[in-house]
Design a binder for this molecule. Structure first.
Ligand SMILES: [Zn+2]
Ligand SMILES: [Zn+2]
Length: 259
């Protein structure tokens, strides 16, 4: 049985590649008694994050894939940690998908003239997670499964005790993510396509497809995210309800779930 309060999830940013007005790109704060971990850090995340916690309190950042809307706020966070006034003693673990470090360093090379120290390494411990392994952050257990996207991308499942959330990252419907989300309390799933479809190659889901994945995975509740301003949130919820009979919401920045 799930112990309420074992895991708290807050949407820091819930927009796709272009933000909904006044909102941030993908970012989710997962908190337990002993861990505060940020899943993705898209544009605008650092500003919104501070409505929940002070950023030096993060134990780690974990990035699902190297699309700009999922990691670009590493740069303002680097400035914050470098120049203060908020700071931390130990460097912050920044976990990227395989190959992600090279992508990020290529981008940050544009800023190498700023200061004597390495742009990233002075404040971050930049690492690449092994998607086949478990990443343990204090009492929070993170696992990964390949998603179906245009670039290498992973769904991320976070568990603490019996409480669990699976974040789809960016994905088209696929068995791998469905299995990863199996029986979890909360499934945060992208609905980038809204009410539409896409041709091959697939890389995103509609609201109805997110609902279908939630149904197949047998999750407790579904939270739609990564949707465009043009798509009405309530209509997205209705579309997902056609394929999933459990509770559905379309999350906005600041939405919180206690599992
Ligand atoms: Zn995205
Ligand atoms: Zn993407």
């Amino acid at each position: 049985m799930t112990t309420p309060g074992g895991l708290r999830v807050r949407a820091i940013g819930s927009s796709p590649s272009v933000q909904r007005p006044g909102r941030a790109c993908s970012s989710y704060l997962v908190r337990t008694r002993e861990a505060s971990v940020l899943l993705d850090i898209g544009s605008g995340a650092v500003g919104n994050l501070q409505l929940a916690i002070e950023y030096p309190a993060l134990d780690a950042i974990v990035v699902s894939h190297m699309h700009a809307d999922h990691f670009l706020d590493v740069i303002p966070l680097r400035y914050g940690l470098t120049y203060g006034p908020l700071s931390r003693d130990a460097r912050m673990p920044l976990w990227l998908p395989p190959g992600g470090a090279q992508t990020l360093r290529r981008l940050c090379r544009a800023f190498t003239g700023e200061g004597q120290k390495d742009f990233l390494d002075a404040v971050f411990v930049v690492g690449e997670y092994d998607p086949a392994a478990t990443l343990q952050v204090n009492d929070l257990r993170l696992t990964f499964r390949p998603a179906l996207h245009y670039v290498e991308s992973y769904s991320i499942r976070a568990e603490c005790g019996a409480a669990s959330v699976t974040y789809s990252g960016d994905t088209a419907p696929c068995d791998s993510v469905v299995e990863h989300a199996r029986d979890c309390a909360l499934f945060v799933c992208e609905a980038t396509l809204g009410f539409g479809t896409e041709d091959e190659p697939r890389g995103h889901s509609s609201a109805a497809e997110a609902g279908e994945m939630a149904r197949r995975a047998g999750v407790g509740q579904l939270a739609l995210t990564h949707y465009y301003a043009a798509d009405d949130a309530q209509a997205l919820v209705d579309a997902a309800r056609a394929t999933f009979s459990g509770p559905v919401s379309a999350i906005d920045d600041g939405a919180e779930f206690t599992l």
